[in-house]
Design a protein around this ligand. Structure first.
Ligand SMILES: N[C@@H](CCC(=O)N[C@@H](CS)C(=O)NCC(=O)O)C(=O)O
Length: 191
């Protein structure tokens, strides 16, 4: 049985939750209080952060790596395209995710200019999604899952709207039709 060390408010944990749900993998959850983290979490991840996936004595931190591991271990349904170029593009979006999250966290902290910087990132997503509807250019998958937790939180907690970015709005609408993403939207609504 897999165990996920998890926190509902954590968007990185959401990536793991969504992939596990998409693949129908059973797992146990150990909820970590991010305001009062147990010391033992450092034995599972030297940074003390969640998510951490565990199976027996084996532990795996880092949401991007956890997503790829789950994709390899549970290949059906595929969340990376068969096409090598699309897979590379998905990985590029995930690799450069900080460009998106950095203005998100600045906005959350109420920093000057953050709203505009975040909007520029939404415009970048808009450009990609207007072309094909999915971040990898081909199909729903890991790249979409890697970004959607922040979009859900931006909408719910920061009052961000996507009116100026119709492809982003349409993408989000299609995503929340999926049970795995709808479940995450419910987690966010309950925060
Ligand atoms: N690079 C990590 C980031 C995980 C992360 O920042 N998790 C946050 C919760 S959302 C955390 O555990 N924060 C505790 C801390 O930074 O001390 C990943 O992708 O898994």
């Amino acid at each position: 049985m897999l165990t996920l060390y998890d926190a509902p408010r954590c968007p990185y944990c959401a990536r793991a939750r969504i992939v596990l749900a998409e693949k129908g993998v059973e797992y146990e959850t150990v909820e970590i209080d991010l305001n009062d983290r147990p010391r033992w979490i450092y034995e599972k991840n030297s940074t003390g952060r969640v998510p951490v996936l565990e199976e027996g004595a084996w532990v795996l931190p880092e949401s991007a790596v956890i997503m790829e591991y789950l994709e390899e271990r549970y290949p059906d349904p595929a969340l990376l395209a068969a096409d090598a170029a699309a897979r590379a593009l998905a990985r590029l979006w995930i690799f450069r995710h900080d460009e998106f999250t950095s203005p998100y966290y600045a906005l959350r902290r109420g920093e000057d200019g953050a709203a505009q910087r975040f909007d520029e990132q939404l415009a970048r997503l808009e450009g990609a999604l207007a072309r094909s509807g999915w971040l990898d250019g081909v199909q729903y998958g890991l790249a979409d899952i890697a970004y959607v937790p922040w979009l859900l939180r931006a909408r719910e907690s920061l009052g961000v709207t996507f009116d100026a970015h119709p492809a982003v709005a349409g993408w989000l609408e299609r995503l929340v039709e999926r049970p795995a993403i709808a479940a995450e939207a419910s987690v966010v609504a309950a925060l």
